[in-house]
Design a protein around this ligand. Structure first.
Ligand code: PHE
Length: 352
């Protein structure tokens, strides 16, 4: 028996040394380890007929040989560059030592993902837009005429350079800005899309603001709009209520105040009744006991904007809204200062 083991071993080593392609190596594997007629398999099967002493002697030697054959085959396959044998087992869990913490998502990413999930369940498409944009999409197409004072509402970062890049249309002026609002996507999308349009655009926007606990030069919004025949304000209010109900996990009360944005008519500032203190606590950090908390801007898309995008404004109507997602996350996660988002301080980030 021992002799047959060493015969098998030398025959195997001889054969394997002569081949280098994966198919041949597989043939050798079958001829030695194959389930039915592999030489070593047959020999191992014969072990059961041996006496206990013989088994003790031959058993371990035979197993050792099997391991040796297996590892030699694996090595040969690796040399042959077979994809069947990965060098790393990617399914193994990583080693996490005590002093290394796992990464996790930024609170803005978390609120965005939550909003995206909710909007998608309501049939909204998710899009992204350019952060550096032509004046046309950020202002002109949105019914901000040149030299109109409405442009001063948003402290804009104007870009010195003249940008040349492929765009879907010609621009009146080669003036470029860091977008002040995700509304820059309204005309961009409507120009390309056929109604019904239902989409959201989460993204970063920029304004030359004096920075304090509630203002950053770089902040986050989520734009949403719906355009079709017979779209109305009731649907806007229902949509916003449903979103906030799911975000704050309770029924919410909304209040619409008139608000001016050149690209909507009528336009609104939308407030939510404080879900934290119900307006009863003067020390409430969110509403200071006033009850109402300003949440977003919204309205019915101005006919001039629909027309700029090539729509028949007599036939189609739409609503639009822009939520400050950084502000929303401050409310939801009880974050006291907007500046914390941008500082990359792990003591802050690790709390989420
Ligand atoms: N873009 C506006 C802002 O940034 C918000 C808004 C979006 C208002 C859509 C109305 C409709 O202030």
């Amino acid at each position: 028996m021992k002799q047959s083991l060493s015969k098998i071993e030398s025959a195997f080593l001889e054969e394997i040394s002569q081949v280098s392609d994966a198919d041949k190596i597989e043939e050798i594997r079958v001829s030695y380890l194959g389930r039915k007629a592999g030489q070593l398999t047959v020999l191992l099967r014969g072990l059961k007929d041996l006496s206990i002493e013989e088994k003790k002697l031959i058993g371990p030697a035979a197993n050792l040989l099997r391991q040796k054959i297996e590892s030699t085959l694996t090595e040969a396959l690796q040399k042959a560059g077979s994809s069947a044998v990965p060098e790393f087992d990617l399914s193994l869990p990583g080693k996490i030592s005590q002093d290394k913490s796992l990464g996790h998502l930024h609170p803005i990413t978390q609120i965005n993902r939550e909003l995206i999930r909710i909007f998608q369940s309501m049939g909204f498409q998710v899009l992204e837009g350019p952060e550096l944009d032509n004046d046309y999409y950020n202002f002109e197409g949105l019914n901000f005429p040149f030299d109109h004072p409405a442009r001063d509402i948003q402290d804009t970062f104007f870009i010195d350079s003249k940008i040349t890049r492929e765009e879907p249309r010609d621009f009146t002026r080669n003036d470029w800005v860091m977008r002040t609002q995700t509304s820059n996507m309204q005309v961009r999308v409507l120009e390309q899309a056929e109604p019904p349009v239902r989409c959201i655009i989460p993204g970063r926007v920029f304004r030359n603001e004096a920075i304090d606990a509630t203002h950053e030069h770089t902040f986050y919004q989520l734009e949403g709009f719906v355009v079709d025949e017979n779209i109305n304000i009731g649907q806007l209010v229902w949509t916003l209520k449903e979103i906030f109900r799911q975000i704050f996990k309770q029924e919410v009360k909304l209040r619409l105040r008139p608000g001016f944005f050149p690209f909507v008519e009528p336009g609104y500032e939308v407030d939510m009744f404080c879900v934290f203190c119900g307006g009863s606590d003067v020390s409430c950090k969110v509403c200071k006991g006033l009850g109402w908390v300003e949440m977003l801007g919204a309205g019915m898309i101005h006919p001039n904007v629909l027309a700029a995008a090539g729509y028949d404004a007599g036939r189609y109507t739409g609503f639009a809204f822009g939520i400050g997602t950084g502000r929303l996350a401050m409310l939801k996660y009880n974050i006291p200062d907007y500046r914390l988002y941008m500082q990359g301080d792990l003591r802050f980030l690790e709390q989420f």
